[in-house]
Design a protein around this ligand. Sequence first.
Ligand code: ADP
Ligand code: MG
Length: 227
Amino acid sequence: KRFGGLTALDGVSVKIRPGEIWGLIGPNGAGKSTLLNVIAGVFRPEAGSVHFKGQRISGLKPEQICRRGLARTFQICRPFPRMTALENVLVAATFGTRADGQSPQSRAEAMLDLVGFALPVHTPADSLTAAQLRRLDLARALASRPQLVLLDEAAAGLTPGELADLQQLILKIRNQGVTFLIVEHLMRLIMQLCDQIVVLHYGRKIAEGTPLEIQGSPEVASAYLGE
Ligand code: ADP
Ligand code: MG
């Protein structure tokens, strides 16, 4: 993926199997959000392709990709500000697939409950704090019944207690068969949660492996230390 003269992603290749939790790490500007946006169909890459469940999805629109079972959260949450928390999640619940006959209303309520959204569900989105917005964004992503969820810094601004909740929640949802690709700065969360980690640096993949392998990688250490 290029932005003018800048190659934001350069020959990055990753293969994620169903049910795995993957971490995507790298210094600021490494291309992490860009990779999520390429996968989710927000950016169209100049070369290369994205395949999901055996089918090529690059070139499809974000809403078409979402319908196929791929949901994401945003580094900067952008809810519909004038709508309530419940209405925001209801949009996604109505939009997603509905194989199991659950009504969008009960799906939306269940997702807010699942993420521990502690406020009245009729609270307007524009009066939520950053931490509450993160939960709303996650509930919205899950409401569309995804098989793959992309999280972009979902832990930013959370307290230690909220972090532990998020970690348990991701594991619980993974145990229902959902796959995750998680961009995160908090190394402890990444190291505890992920089966595999991929490391980007200036748009290139510099390492891939288990948390243990990544922790021992000299390339990763020097990318983070700026050598
Ligand atoms: P990360 O999420 O790893 O911090 P990004 O994927 O946001 O990094 O950005 C990777 C590089 O691409 C950065 O140099 C950034 O400035 C650039 N970039 C990202 N989005 C755009 C855009 N929409 N237009 C131009 N440049 C962009
Ligand atoms: Mg980013």
